[in-house]
Design a binder for this molecule. Structure first.
Ligand code: HEM
Length: 409
């Protein structure tokens, strides 16, 4: 693995807001996980017996998907589940019986899901959508390209060949997750998460067959539970920290609800409960162990980042590419910007660093001074939101489909 030195990892962690500058965070162990029991991760001090999440994939979905792919059932499944959208839709007909049986048992909320907290999370997502769009889109989205295992998997899987489509599918996940009533019977997120879990299981079977992925990856099976937790930290934990760093009003009940939403989401993606962090402090500690030390550039990641930033350039964001590059540097650090070769625009850099905090203060009613750049930022956010929602002319989100092969080359 391309490890950074500990010192560089710490500096980067601080820049990303993922390492608390205050008191040291205790080493994360799954005694503090959502279920509160179970094996330790194997990385924390005092780790005990039991496989760590890096040795856990998905016992329920993986063998099933290997059978579905090898038996040639995927095109029929993709057709059959197109109309399977709402959480309370019946399992569609036309599916192989073992696949239908799997969906029937997987497609439910965990017993510990708390609808009141999920409702509050939905309300929070609506109230804070501006910052969430920015941070998920330009922060987490670009951060995924410096998580080498993720970048290499995404690049060499079938979807890597069409990043616009892939990004649209990922936005479907974010949109369904953030929607009011997402987890309710009439919402769509439980289904979307289950489709994603199945896609990941398919990728675990397909990618090891790719000569390209094999040549570059330092792993035998992609997307372990540990990898999913890393991605969660690049999304939920990162956004949580940035909201605090930016001093956005963010009461404890919102923080708890936002974490709960992510805990349920990760459960639905198949991560065992005992490895899901129970508090933000534990999430931060875990993130510090498993995310910041592994961030580094890769050939695939650099290409993906260029591709993703190119997508945003296709719509009129009301800002230049230099501004976009500098905004990414602002939210992810110059270290990441340099890795990705994001060309500098020092005028835009100065603008972002001074005007963005003023913009936030004004928007939050914490300062009466409206920055001269208000409308520029406002348009920028609206355009990003449009891209995120992918509601373009069709008015629908892009359906998630199971791949049948890898990126050809
Ligand atoms: C597919 C979300 C973790 C690699 C997908 C899809 C979604 C998604 C919505 C389906 C859309 C699509 O086909 O593009 C997530 C979320 C994660 C997570 C929310 C964690 C919180 C990971 C990790 C990896 C990964 C850790 C790799 C290390 C992939 C790949 C695909 C995929 C390769 C298939 C793309 C294709 O169709 O070729 N993911 N993912 N994901 N994901 Fe993830």
């Amino acid at each position: 693995m391309e490890n950074l030195s500990r010192r560089r990892a710490l500096t980067l962690g601080v820049a990303l807001g993922l390492v608390g500058a205050a008191a040291p965070v205790p080493a994360w162990a799954s005694a503090g996980s959502a279920a509160g029991t179970g094996a330790l991760t194997g990385t924390g001090a005092g780790a005990a017996a039991g496989p760590g999440p890096e040795w856990i994939w998905d016992d329920a979905a993986d063998p099933l998907m290997a059978r579905m792919i090898d038996g040639g059932h995927v095109p029929a499944i993709n057709r059959a589940w197109e109309k399977w959208v709402n959480n309370n839709d019946p399992i569609p007909g036309g599916l192989p019986s073992d696949f239908a049986a799997y969906l029937a048992q997987a497609n439910r909320l965990p017993s510990w899901a708390d609808q009141a907290k999920l409702d509050r999370a939905a309300d929070f997502n609506r109230r804070r959508d501006t910052y969430l769009f920015m941070l998920y889109g330009l922060g987490s989205g670009i951060m995924s390209t410096v998580i080498p295992r993720e970048a290499k998997s995404v690049y060499w899987s079938a979807g890597g060949a069409d990043m616009q489509d892939r990004a649209a599918k990922t936005f479907t996940f974010g949109y369904d997750l953030s929607e009011l009533g997402a987890f309710k019977p009439t919402g769509q997120f439980v289904v979307t998460a289950n489709k994603t879990r199945v896609v990941h299981a398919a990728v675990r079977h397909l990618l090891p067959q790719s000569p390209h992925w094999k040549a570059v990856a330092d792993e035998s099976i992609p997307i372990s539970a540990a990898d999913i937790l890393v991605t969660f930290h690049s999304l939920g934990t990162y956004v949580h920290q940035k909201l605090i760093e930016w001093r956005i009003p963010y009461p404890a009940a919102d923080q708890e609800a936002f974490l709960h939403m992510w805990q349920v989401a990760i459960h639905l993606l198949g991560v065992p409960d005992e490895h899901i962090p129970k508090t933000w402090a534990e999430a931060l500690a875990q993130s510090r162990q498993v995310l910041t030390p592994i961030l580094s550039p890769s050939t695939e990641g650099v290409k993906l980042a260029e591709n993703l930033l190119g997508l945003t350039a296709q719509i009129d964001l009301g800002v230049t590419r230099g501004f976009l590059n500098e905004f990414v540097r602002y939210v992810l650090s110059d270290q990441v910007g340099d890795w990705l070769g994001l060309r500098r625009d020092y005028a835009a850099a100065a603008l972002v660093r001074t005007a963005w905090p003023t913009f936030i203060l004004f928007r939050e009613g914490l300062s009466p001074v409206m920055p001269r750049t208000f409308y520029m930022f406002d348009q920028f956010i609206r355009a990003l939101a449009m891209l995120f929602l992918n509601r373009g002319s069709s008015g629908t989100t892009t359906p998630i489909t199971i791949p049948t092969g890898n990126r050809p080359g």
